[in-house]
Design a protein around this ligand. Structure first.
Ligand SMILES: [Zn+2]
Length: 430
């Protein structure tokens, strides 16, 4: 999509020429009777994050929209056609938190009859993506306003900024010694060089994942467990963990893989909670990628369900996806899957000590998030959030901690049998 800030972008129509950028707003509240006739804005949700802030506008029906950016100060302007100003839009300005990394203010007003203008004041220069999503799950038509900072946060730089490294910064990353702030687990390191483990809390933001009968969201329990696991890994000599998301926002599946690859991660662990229509379904399971179809129809169904996160979370299909575009698995993927299965087995064995296992062995299916060709990757369904007893446990501090402990115990066992290769021996990444 063009980043030219002077050129207006349009939704369903062709380009519309906008002379100048006068930003006057006429705020005219309309009566309830008038509102009821409009297929207007049903809900607005804002998901702030350092990576990008998303504003989702849920609509009664699809609408025409145009947008453009204005400089000094930086603004994104979106005109919504064929709707009237209503109480949902009236409350828009309260939706932006003062600590939103990207948005300073958001307001809406009646621009001209039948056109509502949204003005987003930005904290810095952004790359906007404005796109529509068709109805899916519990959602109706959605118009998505994503604002990406021009300088995206670099996970590697974030690690450096946290003073995790000492002053040996001239040395190649692989040979640097780690100076840590956290207390370390005593004893001999299991790994003889620094290893990076990317932890991937499933879902987030627009995508709640599975929802329990007591109302808890998969996206929240996965983040809680991942944070506990990160603390444990960071306390381990020669190990560090990075989260694909550390707050409640949606990360597209291929971006999760890309984050792990940019960090040259040694392992990738995606954390989820299972769900089934029958409330008595229970137990933990561990999955790896498959080369030739799923290991069971249940595994195939689950992979399809987890892969649909992009539809619910909302991905702009105009943007090319280099990972999912790859159709053939290469030779390095075969070796990686073999390691993923070893890792999965080690983790499953440990989880078996704290919870019932849904399946005795590691299962395989085509999970999009496990497709890094060079990083052993597993997906853990920690328990069934659709099972009332397990939902309770998933929200319990003690159980979350036990789950994190079981996963790191599995990782330790894996590394003690499969020491990480020197990074120089690995093929260079793109
Ligand atoms: Zn999930």
């Amino acid at each position: 999509m063009s980043e030219d800030s002077r050129k207006p972008h349009s939704g369903r129509r062709g380009l519309i020429k906008l002379a100048g950028a006068s930003l006057f707003l006429l705020v005219t509240p309309v009566g309830r009777a008038a509102m009821a006739r409009q297929s207007g804005v049903v809900a607005v949700r804002v998901w702030p994050a350092a990576d990008y802030t998303r504003v989702t506008i849920e609509l009664g029906a699809p609408l025409k929209f145009t947008y453009f950016t204005v400089k000094n100060p930086e603004r994104l302007v979106v005109d919504l056609e064929g709707i009237e100003f209503n109480t949902v839009l009236e409350g828009l300005s309260n939706k932006i938190a003062t600590d939103d990394p990207n948005i300073k203010l958001l307001r809406a007003g009646r621009f001209k009859p039948g056109v509502v203008r949204l003005v987003m004041e930005l904290k810095n220069e952004v790359r906007p993506q404005v796109f529509e999503l068709p109805p899916v799950g519990n959602y109706g038509h959605r118009l998505v306003l994503d604002v990406y900072p021009l300088e995206p946060p670099d996970p590697l730089m974030q690690l450096l900024e946290k003073n995790e490294f000492n002053n040996e910064s001239e040395k190649p990353l692989e040979t640097r010694e780690v100076a840590r702030v956290e207390p370390q687990r005593p004893g001999r390191p299991i790994v003889d060089r620094l290893v990076t483990i990317t932890l991937d809390p499933g879902h987030g933001g627009e995508d709640p994942g599975a929802v329990g009968r007591r109302g808890s969201y998969e996206k929240d329990v996965t983040l809680a467990i991942a944070k506990r696991l990160k603390a444990k890994i960071d306390a381990e000599p020669n190990m560090r963990a990075v989260l694909t998301r550390d707050t409640d926002f949606f990360v597209p599946l291929h971006m999760r893989v890309q984050k792990a690859r940019r960090l040259r991660s040694d392992l990738f662990v995606s954390i989820h909670a299972d769900a089934f229509t029958r409330p008595d379904a229970n137990g933990s399971s561990v999955f790896a990628l498959s080369e030739n179809g799923a290991s069971s129809s249940a595994a195939r169904y689950l992979a399809q369900k987890e892969n649909s996160a992009d539809l619910i979370g909302g991905v702009n299909l105009d943007v090319k996806d280099p990972v999912l575009a790859r159709t053939l698995l290469d030779l390095s993927q075969t070796a990686t899957i073999s390691d993923s299965l070893k890792l999965g087995k080690a983790v499953l064995n440990e989880i078996g000590g704290i919870n019932r296992l849904h399946k005795a062995g590691v299962e395989q299916a085509g999970f999009a998030v496990l497709k890094a060709p060079d990083i052993p990757s597993i997906l853990i369904e920690t328990a069934f959030i659709s099972n009332p007893e397990e939902e309770k446990r998933l929200n319990d501090d003690v159980y979350q901690d036990k789950m994190a402990e079981a996963i790191i115990a599995g990782v330790r066992k894996y590394f003690s049998k499969n020491p990480p290769l020197a990074k120089s021996k690995l093929a260079s990444l793109d």
